[in-house]
Ligand binder design. Structure first.
Ligand code: F6R
Length: 605
């Protein structure tokens, strides 16, 4: 992961570097650092923890160079301490790095033989010394290229060099890197979001590219060392600013605005007049699709699991779902009549991007469902379906999850209509019910107070379970993931019918078990599974849209969600589970927006 920034200017760059690093903290926050050139020498300052610590450090001991690089870290090689924090500098060169250098041990050994003394345990320091070494005998571009040639693995780099004290160098292989054009300065950043407050004129480096920034000019070189021009994009203004407003944290804001983001998304895709879904220029004719493969990681994967149920219900297309980190290494049998759909909020997840690259290499048809439309995954896929959720800052994905499910649902009903696998009136009914969804989400959000009470039961629990069948099963998985990542409580999501095959052994007196039982075709079966849990001492929290006193007997809490079409219930089931994770974590004083050990954008394998 990690976030990098670089600025070439004529005035002090520190304030803008700090401001951008704060935006990049979603990529990593175990340490932070900055390097500038002051009085002809590299001035490096770094610390453990948040950018706030770095800011305090710089307040006491300023660094006022007119060009510089900055970094927020998510540790891969070496513990998150001050020495391992980036930048990594020699007398001559300072480097910030996002990615992993796979052959760093071997390179380190050779450099040590040449007399270079390593301070850190990171893989990045080899880049510093390699470049320092090549600069002794080569000009800038050649020294950079010689260095990059030695590296195996993935990287986005920001570099400053004592000898060239008016330039910042960027390089990309496998990890994203954006370049921004300002009126009197130029920028380098892990994403456009970090640069947005400074400029909306952006371009992206392709794999193998190197860029050289001065305050007035940007030059690009491709992997063959040929100077190239790049298209400059103008970024759109976000409808939802990435500010917390009156909310305590981003997560509570993002949970609360799901009715609005759902409404925006539906408006983008549904043609109200024609009662149809707008979907043009699809990479493959829906009638010709032989199989759909849905791929993602974490929460995005859970949206794929949910979509499998919809596609299977509405179409005759065989559906597969895959976790990107597994897909990318398997011996997949590609077929150009299959459609490979990649789901990702950030659009930068390394495993998802690698899985997409594998499909592209095999000339497969690809489509991505993305929140960040300027992202690498969006730019690499044949067709992009944005979720229109606005910036999601909280590390735990919430509104992006509902957005991903929404676009997948819309896609499933549209494909079934085009393939004539559903009748027209059913299709129109589904569209009409969809239009009611934002209002129902808003109503469901009112369960906040009840959830606050329920959350107290989880405070001293040793773990928790989430059970559901059919479309409620993936939501159980998501509920468990949210609880574990936010509150650090062990939680498992299971298909309710699977309990007796092993997991039932985990049920003990007082274990909180969340049962998702909407009144669908699985209702009675799920309720029987719930009774099996109660009989073994489980403390059941039943979430349903069926108010039934008999069923609720012996249940510790019953939470009622609004009634809707069975197929749309997952959207409403999700809300109380997000709120539950939020309130349990709040009660435990966990860092809601930045849970330990995690980062928002997972750009390493
Ligand atoms: C969990 C969460 C992660 C992400 C996963 C994929 O709350 O946010 O599991 O869903 O890292 O990220 P994207 O969607 O950016 O590819």
């Amino acid at each position: 992961m990690c976030g990098i920034i670089g600025i070439a200017s004529n005035k002090s760059v520190t304030p803008n570097i700090i401001q951008s690093l704060k935006k990049l903290e979603y990529r990593g926050y175990d340490s932070a650092g900055i390097a500038t050139i002051v009085n002809g020498n590299i001035d490096e300052k770094k610390c453990t923890g948040r950018v706030d610590n770095l800011e305090k450090m710089l307040f006491k001991n300023p660094s006022n160079g007119s060009l510089g690089i900055g970094h927020v870290r998510w540790a891969t090689h070496g513990t998150p301490n001050q020495i391992n924090a980036h930048p990594h500098s020699s007398e001559e060169v300072s480097v910030v790095h996002n990615g992993i250098i796979e052959n760093s041990s071997e390179l380190k050994e050779n450099l040590e033989k040449k007399g270079y003394k390593f301070k850190s345990q990171t893989d990045t320091e080899v880049i510093t010394f390699l470049l320092t070494d090549f600069l002794k005998n080569f000009d800038l571009i050649n020294a950079i290229n010689k260095t990059l040639e030695k590296l195996n693995g993935s990287f986005a780099l920001g570099i400053i060099i004592k000898k060239y004290n008016n330039i910042v160098v960027g390089a990309r292989r496998g990890s994203p890197l954006a370049v921004g054009y300002g009126p009197e300065e130029n920028y380098l950043g892990s994403d456009s979001y970090a640069l947005k407050s400074m400029t909306n004129k952006i371009t992206y480096l392709d794999d193998g590219d190197v860029c050289v920034l001065t305050s007035g000019k940007i030059e690009f070189y491709n992997s063959k060392n040929i100077k190239v021009n790049k298209e400059v994009l103008t970024l759109s203004n976000d409808k939802y600013t990435a500010e917390k407003g009156d909310y305590k944290d981003f997560m509570s804001k993002e949970i609360s605005e799901q009715n609005i983001t759902a409404k925006t998304c539906i408006k983008e895709y549904v043609d109200q007049l024609r009662q149809d879904i707008n979907l043009y220029n699809f990479p493959i004719k829906p009638e010709e699709i032989k199989k759909i493969v849905l791929i993602g990681c974490g929460t995005a994967y859970h949206s794929c699991v949910t979509a499998k149920y919809w596609f299977e219900e509405f179409t005759n297309i065989p559906i597969e779902i895959d976790i990107a980190s597994e897909f990318r290494y398997r011996k997949i049998k590609f077929d150009n009549k299959n459609l490979y759909i990649f789901v990702s909020q950030s659009g930068e997840t390394a495993d998802t991007l690698a899985a997409l690259d594998l499909c592209k290499k095999n000339k497969a048809k690809t489509c991505s469902i993305i929140n960040v439309v300027e992202s690498s995954i969006a730019r690499s896929s044949d067709f992009v379906l944005p979720i229109h959720a606005g910036p999601e800052i909280g590390v735990a994905s919430t509104k992006a999850f509902t957005g991903q499910m929404l676009v997948l649902y819309i896609l499933a009903i549209k494909i079934s209509d085009v393939r004539k696998e559903t009748n027209k009136s059913d299709y129109i009914n589904k569209i009409n019910e969809l239009k009611r969804l934002p209002g129902l989400i808003k109503e469901t959000l009112k369960c906040q107070d009840e959830i606050q009470v329920i959350a107290k039961d989880f405070l001293h629990a040793r773990g928790a379970m989430f059970l559901g069948r059919g479309l409620s099963f993936p939501i159980a998985l998501e509920g468990a993931l949210k609880l574990k990542e936010l509150s650090y409580l062990h939680a498992e999501g299971y298909p309710a019918g699977e309990m007796k095959h092993g997991p039932l052994a985990l049920i003990e007196e007082g274990l909180p078990v969340v049962i998702l039982a909407p009144k669908d075709r699985y209702f009675e079966k799920t309720i029987s599974n719930m009774q099996e849990v109660i009989a073994r001492g489980g403390k059941v929290i039943l979430i349903s849209n069926e108010h039934n006193k008999i069923v609720s007997e012996n249940v510790r809490f019953t939470l009622e969600i609004p009634k809707t079409d069975d197929y749309l219930t997952p959207f409403l089931m999700t809300i109380p589970l997000q709120l539950l994770a939020y309130h349990v974590a709040s009660l435990k004083n966990c860092d809601i927006d930045k849970p330990r050990n995690l980062a928002k954008s997972v750009t390493v394998e």
